[in-house]
Design a protein around this ligand. Structure first.
Ligand SMILES: NC(=O)c1ccc[n+]([C@@H]2O[C@H](COP(=O)([O-])OP(=O)(O)OC[C@H]3O[C@@H](n4cnc5c(N)ncnc54)[C@H](OP(=O)(O)O)[C@@H]3O)[C@@H](O)[C@H]2O)c1
Length: 434
């Protein structure tokens, strides 16, 4: 075996702690797998005094992650701080100093990934980010290497465990949105401020990372259309089931004739679709390509064990390449400004729930507005409103039509007297004709 390689860990939280434990517990096995001993030389945390016991084992502890990222004796920097800053500055400093970097940071990779990867290539080092999407699911490597013979047409994913947990609880146990959120917070699946999860921000970061890889195009989170799950009611799940669908917070990236279609929103998926049976905090990613057809990966999207599995795999691969003197992997050329599809022109069937006055003629009034915008209704269901006696819930599904036509229908119905409240609008997964 050659000289040992120095590892610098930025962050010793859920994932950093898991990586530290794995590197220590499996040191010998990892040494024989990558041909070099991996030595944990330094780590950065905010609260150094709380970790003083680790310093007794010879690990240098610092409150300055940039210092650890650029230390002479560190060869591979493992960024597990999270968030945009100071993580992105530390990654940049490490790459500029000629060190390879492994990160689990979806926000940095979504916002600055292409620039960081270009910097790594210029400096002749590696930047790996398997853990940034799907936790333990090995989807980044699959897109980079294993499916490279394919022309990928779409990626569909459940990549936020918090919302999938909440949606499962609402669907299976009939919980309201608020109760499902409280439950997720009690179990540690949701933050005190859940916005990043329930508004789809986290999933949009991850979809941007996946779409960039799948389509070899520079895609940022601002290119992803996003809606959260706050307007879902428990009764929507029952209505959807009666229509043959489950509701999932789906992240979708498709190549269409009008450009890349990138969306994160709650979606009705057919009950027979593999995505419909992904429950709780699990994640799943389905990739369709010209040679593979469709491949689906499912597994734990978070947690110390699954996420450190992905982080340590990246460390071992980088270390193995360094040990055998291999050059860093070359990036495939990227389209710097891909054409994006217009949401208004996307063609999908839609599920709509309205609160309507419980009087004669309402259905005909609504039907006339749909017809005048050329939207063909597939089904209508009227049920008593759960809390107001003079109102009814009207559930309308449409055949596939342009999203913009539904916008116009909703604009015309607003304040029309035929509708008291527009409850929810959900796109349906099947029937896309683009
Ligand atoms: N948790 C998961 O299951 C999971 C899954 C997939 C990906 N990820 C990603 O993995 C990364 C880490 O997540 P995590 O859940 O492990 O986070 P975490 O538990 O909050 O840990 C963050 C760590 O970074 C340290 N830190 C934060 N800011 C710092 C600063 N300015 N200077 C020095 N140290 C700082 C913290 O120090 P203290 O300990 O002193 O506070 C802590 O040790 C994130 O990018 C996240 O998105 C996490």
């Amino acid at each position: 075996m050659g000289e040992s390689l120095g590892i610098g860990l930025l962050g010793l939280g859920v994932v950093g702690g898991g990586v530290l434990d794995a590197l220590r517990a499996n040191a010998q096995a990892y040494e024989s797998r990558c041909g070099r001993r991996l030595e944990l030389r330094a780590a950065a945390v905010r609260n150094v005094s709380a970790r003083s016991a680790l310093a007794e084992d010879g690990l240098v502890l610092s409150a300055d992650p940039a210092d650890v990222a650029t230390r002479e004796d560190v060869d591979i920097v493992v960024e597990l701080i999270g968030g945009e800053s100071p993580a992105s500055e530390c990654i940049e400093a490490a790459l500029s100093a000629g060190k390879s970097v492994v990160t689990a940071n979806k926000e940095v990779m979504a916002k600055r990934g292409p620039a960081m990867l270009a910097l790594a290539e210029r400096r002749g080092v590696e930047l790996r980010y398997e853990a940034s999407v799907g936790g333990g699911i090995p989807i980044i490597g699959v897109l980079q290497r294993d499916l490279q013979a394919n022309d990928v047409s779409s990626v569909r994913a459940i990549i936020n465990g918090t919302t999938n947990y909440m949606i499962t609880a609402m669907s299976r146990d009939g919980l309201s949105y608020d109760d499902a959120l409280r439950d997720a917070q009690r179990l540690g699946y949701a933050e005190a401020d859940p916005a990043s999860d329930v508004d789809g921000i986290d999933a949009a970061y991850k979809l941007a990372v996946l779409a960039s890889l799948a389509f070899h195009a520079t895609v940022g989170p601002e290119d992803v259309y996003r809606e959260g799950i706050r307007s879902l009611a428990a009764r929507d799940f029952g209505h959807a089931r009666n229509l043959g669908y489950a509701i999932r917070m789906l992240a979708t990236a498709r190549r269409t004739s009008g450009g890349l279609d990138l969306r994160v929103h709650p979606t009705l998926v057919p009950l027979a679709d593999p995505m419909a049976s992904v429950e709780g905090v699990l994640n799943a990613v389905s990739v369709s390509g010209d040679l593979i057809g469709t491949a689906v990966l499912e597994g734990a999207g978070a947690g110390a064990g699954p996420t450190s599995s992905a982080v340590v795999a990246d460390i071992l691969d980088v270390a193995g390449r360094m040990a055998s003197g291999q050059q860093p992997r070359k990036q495939r050329p990227m389209d710097p400004s891909p054409q994006l599809a217009s949401l208004a022109e996307i063609c999908v069937p839609t599920y709509l729930r309205f609160e309507v006055p419980d009087r004669a003629g309402v259905l005909a009034e609504l039907g006339a507005v749909f017809a005048s915008e050329g939207v063909s209704i597939a089904s209508v269901l009227q049920t008593p409103h759960p809390s107001r006696q003079q109102s009814a819930d009207l559930i309308v599904t449409t055949h596939a039509c342009q999203d913009g036509a539904i916008d116009r229908v909703l604009q015309r119905l607003e304040g029309s007297g035929s509708v008291i409240e527009q409850g929810v609008r959900l796109r349906i997964e099947d029937g896309c004709d683009d």
